[in-house]
Design a protein around this ligand. Structure first.
Ligand SMILES: O=C[C@H](O)[C@H](O)COP(=O)(O)O
Ligand SMILES: C=C(OP(=O)(O)O)C(=O)O
Length: 449
């Protein structure tokens, strides 16, 4: 049970500090009204669920489990449909089955879902044909359409973000506990366009093996409840602090603050300033926290982040999500891991192989090469193997749909194909067969480790 936070409990201390990447809301009174309304809304997740995820992340930090975190770059209000949510979930369930079975490791499944509506941008404005407008910052802030009306930040959108997150989470909970995620459905997740792709066929063979194993267990009289539902958690970047702090509540069991907008939240590469508002906010809440670490991160930065966010050195509290780029990971990651390990902190190390590998194709599409994504993950595994530390997981931008946003993969997408189904509102995502390809390759790396 959580109750509304009061300012004395410390949720608003971030307000005295510089907050990067916040929208220029044109009407501060309208924003205040929206915040007050959000503060009255019920929590989207429970504090106890956040604690449970922290325990699961502790297994990851100790080297006993693997994190699969994935979903859209930017969720969109008009994509809150049963089909889109089911497709994303199917992709994550299929990847989870591959990693668990082929990698022989328990997999903690966390979606970039039910709250991933806000985007940090490199530039505050965008210019097209001589017209300059504010950049699109995610559906929680403004519209994608290139018009002054759409691009003007509107705080009413924060309420839509809450309701879209709530509807998504409701369906996710129904899918994951209501029979759809039963391991006996392992074939049913392999439908539509992916089924005939090389990775879909490889998956089908694996699903048959899982079936045989289930039949064997059944014949032995074993039918564990754990196979009938899936533990699935929601996460997003804690970017718009007015929203996140309005959704922060005091847990009546413990008196601690929890951001009940999602189970896990992360602080992005552009907002992880040590003396900034985002780290201050994250230091106040008890949720498991992720921090993205790009190629400029120094060991001192990492150690200060640990001091700020995980002073008790509690496994599961802090996850470092590295996103160095395939060409830098082997050079930059070792020192960070060495220094953090030497400090005695037990963080979970997770690889985001997407954000350091973006480039613009000649057609103007932002894209990523599947081979670069894979190479960054390989580098991540190599570094951890050489240091004797645990490669704790992957964090991926993906979708369950048959989009053409990243090039390469077993069912190869070429640069000339990008225009066919380029649907992302921000960064390019792996489609379902590329995601499955990645899961098989990561499972092999994990087994070899
Ligand atoms: O998803 C991450 C960021 O929001 C994104 O990479 C920023 O993209 P931009 O460089 O086009 O602003
Ligand atoms: C913005 C993101 O990543 P990063 O902070 O690593 O750039 C993201 O994951 O959406």
């Amino acid at each position: 049970m959580t109750v509304n936070a009061n300012p004395d409990a410390g949720v608003n201390t971030w307000r005295d500090l510089p907050a990067a990447q916040q929208p220029d809301w044109p009407d501060s009174e309208a924003l205040r009204d929206v915040i007050a309304e959000l503060e009255s809304y019920p929590p989207l997740v429970f504090a106890g669920e956040c604690d449970q995820l922290r325990e699961r992340m502790a297994s990851v930090a100790r080297g006993e489990a693997f994190l699969l975190q994935g979903g859209d770059c930017a969720e969109a209000f008009d994509a809150v449909s049963a089909e889109q949510i089911r497709n994303k979930l199917k992709t994550l369930l299929q990847m989870g089955a591959v990693l668990t079975y082929a990698g022989s490791v328990p997999v903690v499944k966390v979606g970039r879902i039910a709250g991933q509506y806000s985007k940090p941008r490199s530039k505050p404005t965008e210019t097209r044909d001589g017209v300059t407008l504010p950049s699109y910052r995610g559906d929680s802030v403004n519209g994608f359409e290139f018009t002054p009306e759409a691009r003007t930040p509107d705080p009413q959108r924060l309420k839509r973000m809450y309701h879209a997150s709530s509807a998504t989470l409701n369906l996710v909970r129904a899918f994951t506990t209501g029979g759809y995620a039963d391991l006996r459905q392992v074939h049913a997740w392999n439908q539509d366009f992916v089924k005939n792709s090389p990775s879909g066929q490889r998956y089908e063979a694996l699903a048959r093996e899982i079936d045989r194993a289930l039949n064997f267990m059944n014949a032995c009289g074993v039918d564990p409840e754990e196979f009938k539902t899936v533990e699935f958690y929601a996460s997003h970047e804690a970017l718009i602090l007015d929203y996140e702090s309005a959704l922060t509540r005091v847990d009546s069991r413990t008196g601690n603050l929890y951001d009940v907008s999602g189970h896990m939240v992360w602080i992005g590469e552009r907002t992880r300033q040590l003396d900034g508002a985002h780290i201050e906010f994250a230091s106040r809440i008890r949720n498991p926290i992720g921090v993205k670490l790009g190629p400029t991160t120094t060991p001192e930065d990492a150690l200060t982040l640990i001091e700020r966010l995980d002073p008790e050195r509690e496994p599961g509290r802090l996850t470092f999500i590295t996103r160095m780029g395939a060409d830098k990971i082997r050079d930059r990651l070792p020192t960070l891991v060495e220094k953090v390990t030497a400090s005695g902190a037990q963080v979970a190390w997770v690889c985001d192989p997407m954000h350091g590998n973006t480039f613009e194709a000649a057609s103007g599409h932002k894209t990523r090469r599947f081979d670069d994504v894979l190479d960054e993950v390989k580098g991540f595994f190599e570094v951890h193997k050489s240091l004797g530390t645990h490669p704790g997981g992957i964090h991926v931008e993906l979708t369950g749909d048959d989009v053409t946003e990243c090039v390469g993969g077993g069912d190869e997408i070429f640069v000339d194909d990008l225009h066919q189904r380029y649907e992302t509102a921000c960064d390019p995502r792996l489609n379902r067969s590329q995601s499955l390809d990645l899961a098989f390759l990561v499972a092999e790396m994990y087994r070899d480790q």
